[in-house]
Design a protein around this ligand. Structure first.
Ligand SMILES: Nc1ncnc2c1ncn2[C@@H]1O[C@H](COP(=O)(O)OP(=O)(O)OP(=O)(O)O)[C@@H](O)[C@H]1O
Length: 278
């Protein structure tokens, strides 16, 4: 299937637990085009995994809009979400082992992941393993695989049904540099050769620098976006503009900023000197 678009606006997720609620996402607006490869960055607790799980239908939005291709996730029933996960959205959870059945070989893990889709037209599992470079290990016990090969196997299980969207939570963490590069190369190849949209969470700045687009989340909101290594502030759908941390630390709360437009349509921000300020 071809790549699926992701579109959210005002997306909120609140974890409700006894005694107190945690607002993990506080109004996320993001658009990902079909076939894009996007990295999700941000400090621990920012809300990255929550966003990924919402996109995979593993959590339900508390408020706001979340559209994956034709699917409106905010209104889907549990069986509809199950069907979407079985065919259209592949999920690779953090930690390769959580995605694999330990007593099955790579080829049988992929076959098992394909079964839920009930689609006889899917390519054979060997073709999926070839895409991630695991042909030679198709029938090896999982215990004989290196951590990098296990992660490649988890990716193969995630893309077993050739979904339109692959969601991967920290697929390169806890790997040495060579294995990390192999996993990233496999995901890039899948994205380029199939047009599958990919959203992947990473903490690794070296991985982020290699991605064409990154979105940084901070405190449950979009903080900035990167394009091929350069960071930009992003105007939110409500018109607000989160300042990058290195600018925000120069501006005390309550600082007045003059917003002007130039003749050629450019926008400038300048600090207004207030009484009592040096
Ligand atoms: N099941 C849960 N119940 C209550 N609060 C939760 C739950 N899962 C996450 N949270 C909270 O929601 C917020 C966002 O968590 P989330 O795991 O999405 O962040 P993250 O950016 O993925 O962090 P990390 O990089 O550490 O995985 C955090 O404050 C976290 O403590």
């Amino acid at each position: 299937m071809s790549g699926l678009a992701i579109s959210t606006s005002g997306l909120v997720h609140i974890y409700r637990s006894q005694g107190h609620d945690v607002a993990a996402l506080s109004g996320i607006g993001i658009t990902v085009q079909p076939g894009e490869l996007v990295g999700l960055l941000g400090p621990s607790g920012a809300g990255k995994s929550t966003l990924l799980q919402l996109c995979g239908g593993l959590l339900t939005p508390s408020a706001g809009r979340l559209q994956i291709g034709e699917h409106n996730l905010a209104t889907m029933t549990a069986p509809e979400l199950d069907r979407m996960r079985a065919r259209d959205v592949g999920i690779v959870l953090q930690g390769a082992g959580r995605n694999l059945i330990p007593y099955l070989t790579p080829v049988d893990n992929v076959r098992h992941a394909q079964r839920a889709a009930r689609d006889r037209t899917l390519p054979p599992p060997q073709d999926v393993l070839e895409l991630v470079g695991l042909t030679d290990h198709a029938r090896a016990p999982l215990t004989s695989l290196t951590p990098g090969q296990l992660q490649l196997c988890a990716v193969a299980a995630g893309i077993a049904t050739f979904p339109g969207l692959l969601l991967a939570d920290e697929p390169t963490s806890q790997l040495d540099h060579q294995a990390r590069d192999e996993v990233l190369a496999a995901i890039s190849t899948i994205n380029a050769s199939t047009g599958m949209t990919v959203l992947l969470v990473t903490h690794d700045p070296e991985v982020a620098a290699l991605l064409p687009r990154t979105v940084t989340i901070r405190d449950g909101r979009i903080a900035s976006e990167g394009r091929s290594g350069e960071e930009f502030a992003v105007v939110a759908t409500d018109g607000s503009l989160p300042l990058p941390p290195h600018v925000a630390e120069l501006l005390a709360p309550g600082t007045l900023l003059r917003v002007t437009t130039t003749e050629d349509g450019d926008v400038r921000l300048s600090r207004v000197q207030q009484e009592g300020q040096s």
